[in-house]
Write a protein that binds this ligand. Structure first.
Ligand SMILES: CC(C)(COP(=O)(O)OP(=O)(O)OC[C@H]1O[C@@H](n2cnc3c(N)ncnc32)[C@H](O)[C@@H]1OP(=O)(O)O)[C@@H](O)C(=O)NCCC(=O)NCCS
Length: 169
């Protein structure tokens, strides 16, 4: 089950992020930072435990960022990461943003879901301020990927519109 994080989840989220921030796969987030921004986090609960997390960061203009995506290694390759990415897209669709972006090493996974690779230079410069906290800041080989929320909204609208006929003329 995916649900919004609560304050009691902060420590679990922190522990999950720490597993991967040590190798630079996700950015380190302090417990204090997580507590302060708990409303931007979601968790995946299984067997009464928090086994996955992600957060959405707004504040990049028309862009929203998927970050801190992590799944407990004991639960990996069970589709949890995919479910959380899809849930993040649904959540991002309810914002006024045009695009959801991610900086990632797991390009094929995001590609399968519908993200496309973009040149990192196209992201706003302020995105890189966060990179100061990253282990790989001098040698970043993460890939920037984007999914168009505008396109998804239009597609959904077409699918649900009773007036749209898909018959070729
Ligand atoms: C990446 C991560 C979120 C994937 O979570 P998950 O629950 O294992 O993912 P899923 O089970 O939904 O995987 C679906 C598919 O994505 C691909 N995939 C998943 N993890 C992958 C990895 N580490 N490397 C390459 N491909 C991967 C596979 O094709 C997988 O399908 P398969 O199991 O049939 O081969 C998880 O491994 C993780 O927390 N990694 C460390 C932190 C990280 O890199 N976060 C992403 C930052 S954007």
């Amino acid at each position: 089950m995916i649900r919004k994080a609560k304050n009691k989840d902060a420590e679990f989220i922190h522990n999950l992020i720490c597993i991967f921030s040590e190798t630079g796969k996700v950015l380190f987030r302090s417990l204090d930072e997580i507590n302060k921004n708990i409303s931007s986090f979601w968790v995946y609960e299984k067997d009464d435990q928090v086994v996955g997390t992600y957060s959405l960061k707004k504040g990049w203009g028309r862009l929203v960022e998927l970050r801190s995506l992590a799944v407990n290694p004991r639960y990996s390759r069970q589709g949890i990461g995919t479910k959380m990415i899809k849930a993040s897209i649904e959540e991002a669709l309810s914002t006024e943003c045009d695009e959801l972006f991610v900086l990632t090493y797991v390009v094929p996974m995001f590609k399968t879901i519908g993200f496309s690779t973009v040149d990192k230079e196209t992201l706003p410069q302020k995105v890189w301020n966060d990179c100061n906290a990253c282990l790989h800041k001098e040698n970043c080989n993460e890939t920037a990927m984007i999914i168009s929320l505008t396109f998804l909204r239009q597609t959904k609208l077409l699918e649900t519109s009773p007036n749209v006929t898909t018959t070729a003329t």
